[in-house]
Design a binder for this molecule. Structure first.
Ligand code: GLN
Length: 195
């Protein structure tokens, strides 16, 4: 059976994640309301977009509480950009905390207006030369215990993993390179076998 991947679809780049996860071999579906959580859910995707809007809509739809519980219970999560902001334990210069499930400090819009959007290529985990698209991206200014750095740009971490949570500051769903999605799906299968 293909992994059932729920893609948070209240705002932002959810359609691109649905496409990418489908091409990578999963069975993705949109999560818009609590009713969508009645389906089997093997993993959750938190897409890019505007974290403040997404956070507000998560609360308004009632999705926030149930998702926070499942993330804390070990549901595999794949997040990009605004999703990373929603997961961070700390936001620089801001007291807002959403899920707080990842012990990192994140700086929003870290690359300034001039460099708001740009592309780079680099190593992501074991993969070389992966295209990385940044759009008003956050950076990860510090990482806590047990956080593995998967990718970085100019020496600053831009992708991390800890236990069930993978979070990237950039947008793999906007490229044709599916390696990062496949690796996430593989890592889910490995941890499911261990359980
Ligand atoms: N700048 C956005 C935020 O702060 C994130 C940008 C993105 O997700 N592409 O939420």
């Amino acid at each position: 059976m293909k992994p059932q991947v729920g893609v948070l679809s209240v705002q932002g780049a959810f359609a691109e994640h649905v496409r990418a996860f489908r091409e990578a071999g999963a069975d993705p579906f949109e999560v818009r309301s609590t009713g969508d959580l009645a389906r089997p859910l093997d993993a959750l995707v938190l897409p890019g977009g505007e974290s403040t809007v997404q956070g507000r809509l998560l609360k308004e739809t009632g999705l926030f509480g149930p998702l926070a519980e499942r993330i804390a219970a070990g549901l595999p999560v794949f997040a990009t950009c605004a999703g990373l902001i929603l997961l961070a334990e700390r936001l620089e210069g801001d007291t807002t905390v959403w899920f707080g499930a990842l012990p990192v400090t994140v700086r929003r819009n870290a690359y300034g207006r001039q460099l708001g959007s740009f592309a780079a290529k680099g190593r992501v985990g074991p993969d070389e030369d992966v295209p990385q698209t940044f759009i008003r991206a956050p950076s990860i200014v510090s990482v806590g215990n047990g956080v593995e750095v998967l990718s970085s740009f100019e020496g600053v971490p831009t992708g991390v993993r800890r236990r069930n949570v993978t979070a990237l500051a950039w947008h793999p769903e906007l490229t044709q390179d599916l390696r990062v999605f496949r690796r996430f799906l593989e890592s889910m299968q490995v941890s499911a076998k261990r359980r």
